[in-house]
Design a protein around this ligand. Structure first.
Ligand SMILES: Cc1cc2nc3c(=O)[nH]c(=O)nc-3n(C[C@H](O)[C@H](O)[C@H](O)COP(=O)(O)OP(=O)(O)OC[C@H]3O[C@@H](n4cnc5c(N)ncnc54)[C@H](O)[C@@H]3O)c2cc1C
Length: 420
C-alpha cells in the first residue's frame, strides 16, 4: 500500500546541517519533514568546534546558552613548530559577539539540536530512508522506506533493518543534508570529484590528568600537520597525520554505537604508538593517558560538488563538500549554507526569482570554497611575513577554524593578507 503525503520542504539527513535547516524552517513556520535513515544521532565528537558566527546563528535559535554550558571556550589557536610555539591567533581581539571557539562534541551538539526540535514537536523522523527523488519540474516525488528492526539468518541470527512500509511524499523543494553518500546529490546527477589527495589521520581521544591548555594547537612537522584539541571534562583529541597506508582505513562512515571504544585493530593505533607520537610531536605534553575512549585511523577525502543543486534539489554540508582539515569548516559552513537555503526556498518570491537566487547560492558557494581552500591563490604575503609561515602555508589553509571576515582578520595576525 502507498501512502501519499504533502509537505512544503523535505530535509534529508539529521546531522548538524539538516538539524540546522530544520531549526531555520521551524523559526519561519514553514512546513517541513526531516528524515534520517538511522535510529538516532551519531555518538562521536567528529567536528568539535563551533565558530563565532555559528554561535550567533545558534543564538537566533535560542540555543547559545545551552551550547556554552556544554562547551569549552577557546580564544587562542597556537601554531607550533619543532615542539615550540611559533605564532598564535587571538580570537578575543575580534569585533564579534562571541569572540572564541566553542569546543563541543558533535554528538552533544546534535543532542541539543534534536532536543530543541522535540520541544517544538518537529523532531526528526528516524529510520526513514529516502530512496528515490524525482524532480517533476513543478514539484518533487520522494519515496521513503520506513524501516524496522528484523531478525534474519538461520544458523546465526542477527538484527538488520527491513522495510516496513514505503511512503510517498510530494514536496516543493528538498534540502540534501545527507552527507558523504548523498542520495540527493546522486538524484540530481551532480558530480563529487576529489579536488586533492586524501589525508590519513590516526585519531585518539582520551582523558588525562594534565592541566590542559585552553587553546587549540596546530603542530607543524615537515609536510605533516598534527592537531590538538582540549575537550570538556579533562579529555583531549589528538589527530596525527600519517603516511598513506595500505592498512584498511575507515572512510567517512559515522558510528552510531554508544560504546565509545577503540574501533580498529591496527598497529598504528597501539598505545605504544600513541606514546611515541606524543613524545615526538608534543614534547610539552606530560599528562597521563587514562581512558582511551576513541581511536581511529581515518581516511579523510577532499571533495567538492560541481554544483550545489539543480531544479528542486539543493545541497548543504558534507553532501557538497568534504574538507579533511582541522578548521571544522565543513560543518560550520554547512550550517550556514542550510540557513541560506531555507531563506531562499521559503521566501515569498516568484518562481523565477527563487530560481535566480538558487543559482546565485550555487555560484557563491563554489566561490566561497575555492576561497577558503585558497584554490584561487588569494592569500598573499607582506615584508613582515615570516619565512616559515610562507613555507608552511598549506598547513594553515583549512586548518584555521574561521571563515569570511574573521578568517581575514586572523590571517592578518600572521601577516598574511586576503588579496581577493
Ligand atoms: C568518521 C568521521 C570523522 C570526522 N571527523 C571530523 C573532524 O575531526 N573534524 C571535522 O571538522 N569534521 C569531521 N568529520 C566531518 C563532520 O562530522 C561533518 O562535517 C559533519 O557531520 C557534517 O554534517 P552533515 O549534517 O552535513 O552530514 P552528516 O553528519 O554526515 O549527516 C548526514 C545524515 O544524513 C543521513 N542520511 C544519509 N543518507 C540518507 C538517506 N538516503 N535517507 C535518510 N537519511 C540519510 C545520515 O544517516 C546522517 O545522519 C568527520 C566525519 C566522519 C564521518
Amino acid at each position: 500500500m502507498f501512502d501519499h503525503k504533502k509537505t512544503d520542504i523535505i530535509v534529508l539527513g539529521a546531522g548538524p546541517v539538516g538539524l540546522t535547516a530544520a531549526h531555520a524552517l521551524a523559526n519561519r513556520n514553514t512546513d517541513y519533514v526531516l528524515f534520517d535513515l538511522e535510529k538516532h544521532r551519531n555518538t562521536h565528537s567528529y567536528a568539535l568546534a563551533l565558530h563565532p558566527e555559528t554561535l550567533e546563528r545558534l543564538d537566533s535559535f535560542g540555543l547559545v546558552e545551552r551550547i556554552l554550558e556544554s562547551s569549552l571556550q577557546l580564544s587562542k589557536v597556537a601554531i607550533y613548530k619543532d615542539g615550540r610555539e611559533k605564532a598564535s591567533l587571538d580570537y578575543s581581539m575580534l569585533p564579534l559577539q562571541y569572540p572564541f571557539l566553542a569546543v563541543i562534541r558533535q554528538s552533544e551538539l546534535e543532542h541539543i539540536l534534536i532536543d530543541n526540535l522535540s520541544i517544538k514537536s518537529k523532531k526528526p523522523m528516524w529510520t526513514h530512508r529516502v530512496r528515490l527523488i524525482e524532480d517533476k519540474g513543478d514539484s518533487l516525488n520522494v519515496s521513503v522506506d520506513r524501516l524496522i528492526q528484523g531478525m534474519t539468518g538461520y544458523a546465526v541470527a542477527h538484527i538488520e533493518m527491513q522495510i516496513d512500509k514505503i511512503l510517498n511524499y510530494k514536496a516543493n523543494y528538498l534540502i540534501g543534508a545527507d552527507g558523504y553518500h548523498s542520495t540527493a546529490r546522486q538524484s540530481a546527477g551532480i558530480d563529487f570529484p576529489e579536488i586533492s589527495p586524501h589525508i590519513e589521520y590516526a585519531i585518539f581521544e582520551f582523558k588525562t590528568d594534565a592541566d590542559l591548555p585552553n587553546e587549540m594547537r596546530i603542530l607543524i612537522d615537515g609536510d605533516k600537520t598534527h592537531l590538538f584539541w582540549p575537550l570538556p571534562g579533562g579529555h583531549c583529541r589528538w589527530s596525527f597525520q600519517v603516511d598513506s597506508s595500505s592498512t584498511k582505513v575507515n572512510s567517512m562512515h559515522k558510528d552510531r554505537s554508544f560504546m565509545q571504544f577503540g574501533s580498529q585493530h591496527t598497529p598504528i593505533l597501539d598505545r605504544k604508538n600513541l606514546d611515541h607520537y606524543l613524545s615526538k610531536h608534543a614534547p610539552w605534553f606530560n599528562g597521563s593517558v587514562e581512558n582511551l575512549t576513541w581511536s581511529i585511523l581515518l581516511n579523510c577525502e577532499h571533495r567538492l560538488a560541481h554544483h550545489f543543486g539543480k531544479g528542486r534539489i539543493w545541497l548543504a554540508g558534507d553532501s557538497a563538500h568534504l574538507i579533511p582539515r582541522a578548521g571544522t569548516l565543513s560543518m560550520n559552513v554547512g550550517m550556514r549554507e542550510a540557513c541560506d537555503l531555507v531563506e531562499i526556498i521559503s521566501a515569498d518570491a516568484s518562481e523565477d526569482e527563487r530560481t535566480n537566487r538558487l543559482e546565485q547560492y550555487n555560484r557563491h558557494r563554489i566561490a566561497e570554497w575555492q576561497h577558503l581552500l585558497d584554490m584561487d591563490h588569494h592569500i598573499s604575503a607582506a615584508d613582515q611575513t615570516a619565512d616559515w609561515i610562507l613555507k608552511h602555508r598549506d598547513s594553515l589553509v583549512g586548518n584555521i577554524p574561521a571563515t569570511g571576515e574573521t578568517l581575514t582578520l586572523l590571517l592578518a595576525q600572521l601577516h598574511l593578507f586576503d588579496a581577493a
